[in-house]
Structure formats: C-alpha cells, structure tokens
Design a protein around this ligand. Structure first.
Ligand code: PLP
Length: 384
C-alpha cells in the first residue's frame, strides 16, 4: 500500500516520511547546520542554507502536509509567525473578515501590527453565514476562521464558509490548533489554508514553540514559501524533530484527550457550583450539529464559569488546582488551567472580549491525558 493511501492513524507515523538518505536512520536526524557544502556554485544535494530549507524541517513539513490531507507543508518559528506569513499575502487596502472570538495573540497581530500597514480587519461572530457575507466587499481577500474558537468553543461551519469564500473568490484560512487533523480536516471541507500553533497538540508535550501552514494549491504554496524564506521566521531543526516526534502519537493522545474532556465536561455540567460550561459535545451547544458533522470528536478543551460569575471565585479555583497547572498554553499531555481575561486574552480590550463571552470569571481547561479520576478529584477539591 502506498504511503499516500494510509489512514490517519498510520499517516501520523509514516506520512511523508522516508528513511534518511545518508545512513537509513528511521527517525529523521536533527540536521543542526545552517549551511551545506557545494561542489561547484549551485552544485548541492537539494539544500543550500537552512532558512530556505533544512532536511529535518522538510521531514516535518512533509508530515504536516500528509496529516492535513494537503500537498505542501510549511513549518514556522511559532503559530503567530505562520499567521504573519498568511497576512503578508495581502496588500494595503485589502480587508479580512475574522471571527471575533479568537486567540488574543492573533487579534493583537491583526490589530496592532497589520492594521498600520493598511489592512482592515472585521471581527465578527461567524455562527451565521449572512453575518459573514454582510462584511464582504470588493476589498475583501481573506476569511480567517478559528474553530472551535479559543476560549468560547464556538463552532464555525467550515463547509458553508468555504462556499461563501468560493462565491466571492476569497481565500479561506482555518486555525485548526484546537481540533487538530485527528478531529477535523479543513482542507477536505474546502479551506485553502490550514494553520496550526504546533506548540499545542501537534507537539503535544509543552516543550517547543512551532507554527505550521498546509495548502493544496501550488501557486499559493509558492507564495507562502517565498514569504517564509524572505521573512525568515523558520522552525529550527531541533524543534522540527520534536514536533515530528509529537505527531507520531497525535492520534493516541487525542483519543484520550477526547475521553477525558467528555468526562470532565459532564462532571462540570452537573456541578451545582458551576454556572456555565462551554464544550461542543453538549447537545445544547448552539452549533453541536455542525461540530458533529465536521469533527470526529469534541476534543479536550473546555471553558466554564463558576456560579455567580464571580472573578474572585474563578481566581480561587485556579489557584487551588494541584494536578491542573495554572499556565498559558494548551494541548500538552499534562492538564492546564488558564484565566483567559488576564492571560491568553489580556491583549483584547475588555469590552471587545466580553462581547464574545470572555468574562472575568471564565476559566479555560486544557484537559490532559492523566487518569481522569485524578483530574475530577482535583477539580472537586478546588471548586469546593
Ligand atoms: C488557537 C491558537 N492560534 C494561534 C496561537 C499562536 O501560536 P504560538 O503561540 O505558537 O505562536 C495560539 C497560541 O496559544 C492559539 O491557541
């Protein structure tokens, strides 16, 4: 069977991979080099300078393309530098329609870096296609989607958004960090670009910062490779190796993240001291049906608000947690808790973030793959 035809759980291990050409190493060696010997000017073995390409990064880029059912993968120094490369496809005067409930750093990049170069961003709720279409005009070039959204777990219909993007000849980019290709493959649903903070589930062990893009179209890939090389925010060989190693267990980790996530969402939902739980697996979730149709599970990310929406109560809970670590980030094997208003989403003005539900009492959990009974016991003692 050709590696192209492998199923997802085999692609995470073998997709785009070949034994190393030098000695047949099964795991890609860490080519810790900036440059490559040439026999005559231009006489090289495919690699000239590691900003342009490095064999360990190429192995990762091939794996990324494979697991997202794309053709071209690009690895960056961080998720934000991957987003930065996408926005650099645009010209001053162009407009972007973006979800209003997105990672605070993406919002900051759009508002505080790119707006001053004349790119205009519309931050809107994307649950309704008419709302998206109302913000599209002759200058619009890109729709930026995050689904599930961070931290409100809203679900955006990728297929319907893609139909809209095609109708208006726009690019559709999807930040697939929360779902990962284990649960959702945006390119199959019509997106043009998939983006990842590979720092999260793809790496999976909270030991690196890496970003990724995957596309199918050659012309688009060439433009992005040009930006990647010209701007230079590439992923180093060591981080490429660690991300590749993480991807090899993505499917088994995600399976457990989903199981533990479901158990904890249900535990919080029946707890009288909790006012509201945000998790797309609940039938009562406003876009549960879309989540069910475009995702194969609901993941390990959950947000909740304690009874009375009290900021003090939220802070007390995150401080008391012992197995969950209070920390930025998500997607590692260990469980993390975060307070979006003061941590991940502090760069979004209060009025702006509260409009999308990111209130001061909101707590976000990245449910890890520990024994779920230990995680529930920890929440129980912290909630009191
Ligand atoms: C959904 C999402 N997108 C993008 C990013 C940015 O990625 P990075 O921190 O790797 O630059 C993050 C980081 O938390 C994120 O959660």
């Amino acid at each position: 069977m050709s590696k192209k035809e492998l199923r997802f759980n085999s692609k995470t291990i073998h997709g785009g991979q070949q034994p190393d050409k030098a000695y047949g190493a099964v795991m890609p060696p860490i080519y810790q080099t900036s440059t490559y010997a040439q026999s005559t000017p231009g006489g090289h073995k495919g690699f000239e300078y590691s900003r342009s390409a490095n064999p360990t990064r190429t192995a990762l880029e091939n794996a990324l393309a494979s697991i997202e059912n794309g053709v071209y993968g690009l690895a960056f120094a961080s998720g934000l530098s991957a987003i930065d490369a996408v926005i650099k496809l645009l010209e001053p005067g162009d407009e972007v329609v973006s979800t209003n409930d997105l990672y605070g750093g993406s919002y900051r990049l759009f508002k505080q870096i790119f707006e001053k170069y004349g790119i205009k961003f519309h931050f809107i709720g994307m649950q309704n296609m008419d709302a998206i279409e109302a913000h599209i005009n002759a200058k619009t070039k890109l729709i930026w989607v995050e689904t599930p959204t961070n931290p409100m777990m809203n679900i955006i219909d990728i297929k319907a958004t893609s139909a809209l993007a095609k109708k208006h000849k726009l690019l559709l980019a999807v930040d697939n960090t929360f779902a990962t290709p284990y649960l959702q493959r945006p390119l199959d649903l019509g997106a043009d670009i998939v983006m990842h903070s590979a720092t999260k589930y793809l790496g999976g062990h909270s030991d690196l910062v890496v970003g990724a893009l995957v596309v199918k179209d050659k012309e688009l890939a060439d433009k992005l490779y040009f930006i990647q090389n010209a701007s230079g925010a590439v992923c180093g060989p060591m981080d490429s190796f660690l991300t590749l190693r993480g991807i090899k267990t993505l499917h088994v980790r995600m399976q457990r993240h989903c199981e533990n996530g479901e158990a904890i969402a249900n535990y919080l939902n029946q707890n009288p001291k909790i006012e509201k739980v945000y998790w797309p697996g609940f039938e009562s979730h406003p876009n549960h049906d879309i989540a069910k149709s475009q995702m194969s599970g609901f993941g390990g990310m959950i947000s909740f608000v304690p009874k009375g929406s009290s900021y003090e109560e939220a802070i007390k809970i995150v401080e008391k947690l012992e197995v969950f670590t209070l920390a930025e980030s998500l997607g590692g094997v260990e469980s993390l808790a975060g307070h979006p208003a003061s941590m991940t989403h502090a760069s979004i003005p209060k009025e702006e973030r509260e409009k999308s539900g990111v209130v001061d009492a909101l707590i976000r959990l990245s449910v890890g793959i520990e024994d779920v009974d230990d995680l529930i016991a920890d929440l129980e003692q912290a909630i009191g």
